[in-house]
Ligand binder design. Structure first.
Ligand code: SAH
Length: 277
């Protein structure tokens, strides 16, 4: 199978042959560099024993790398049907290891995979990257068996995911990510790696769900409401946003959202009256 994948024409050539052009409305920025796609795929923990879900395979550069890295099985979800010609050639070469589903990743339900579990690996469409991540974090908190997420984001979003309290990028995404998973930036990717070239720089982030952390979350919706409310006015003192007895959380109420660590958000969300959110 690996031989067949290696022998496929280069991605850029397949695009030319099938007349596929990157489309802005789908947030398409493609990767052609084999070293880079292989580096991303090889970052997926225990890939050889894991089903990998790829969102937005596009013309399949990263998909090929995931197959070549030895993934147990690959399920690629793509919204743009015009990539079908190219992807079907990769499916043929994959000896049954690759399934492509055409549809919107925001709507597709992968509950069938929860028994065995899966990893997500993707060069995400930038227009929906954050929304997809929040969706996955919710699913993980609700028991979805996602083993790891290895994801390309705009650098600025990557920094928000890994930020700690008092960092300027610290916000909702940092609190949620850090209460559910262990997160780190694996490496930066320059904008020159993409076709077309985006204005911003990118980075690959690794998110590993952490069971000990997840067990402590009792009500993810309440936690989300609290973070949304306090970070919605991040410069304002928390007592000006929610009227409650802040002292019972060891706070004076004059703090701002960006000073509270993720554990404190969790503690507040588990005790605070739902009607205040
Ligand atoms: N993985 C490819 C393409 C990345 S560009 C590469 O690295 O070269 C992002 C891809 O996501 C595009 O192919 C785009 O069509 C697809 N996409 C955008 N929105 C999507 C959605 N909601 N669901 C599934 N795929 C989507």
């Amino acid at each position: 199978m690996i031989d067949k994948i290696i022998n496929l024409p280069p991605v850029s050539e397949m695009m030319r042959e099938s007349g596929l052009e990157p489309k802005k409305q789908y947030g398409q920025n493609f990767l052609f560099d084999l070293n880079l796609t292989s580096k991303i795929a090889k970052s997926v923990p225990d890939i050889k024993n894991t089903i990998v879900v790829e969102i937005g395979p596009g013309p399949g550069g990263l998909t090929r790398a995931i197959l070549m890295a030895g993934a147990k099985h690959v399920i690629a979800i793509e919204k743009d049907k015009t990539t079908g010609n190219i992807l079907s050639k990769i499916v043929e070469a994959s000896d049954g290891k690759l399934d492509v589903i055409f549809g919107d990743a925001l709507k597709i339900n992968l509950n069938d995979l929860d028994k065995e579990g899966y990893a997500v690996c993707s060069n995400l469409p930038y227009n929906v990257g954050t929304e997809l991540l929040i969706g996955w974090l919710h699913k993980i908190a609700d028991g979805a068996n996602i083993k790891s997420l290895t994801l390309m984001f705009q650098k600025e979003v990557a920094m928000r995911i890994v930020a700690k309290e008092k960092d300027s990028q610290y916000g909702r995404l940092s609190v949620l990510s850090n209460l559910i998973a262990d997160t780190k930036i694996l490496f930066d990717v320059p904008n020159t790696a993409f076709v077309p070239r985006p204005k911003v720089q990118s980075a690959v982030v690794q998110i590993i769900p952490n069971k000990n952390k997840i067990d402590k979350i009792k009500d993810i919706t309440k936690l989300e409401k609290l973070t949304a409310k306090l970070f919605g006015q991040r410069r304002k003192m928390i007592r000006g946003i929610i009227k409650t007895d802040w002292e019972k959380f060891g706070l004076s109420g004059t703090e701002r959202a960006e000073e509270l660590n993720p554990e404190l958000f969790l503690k507040i969300s588990s005790i605070i009256d739902r009607n205040l959110l």
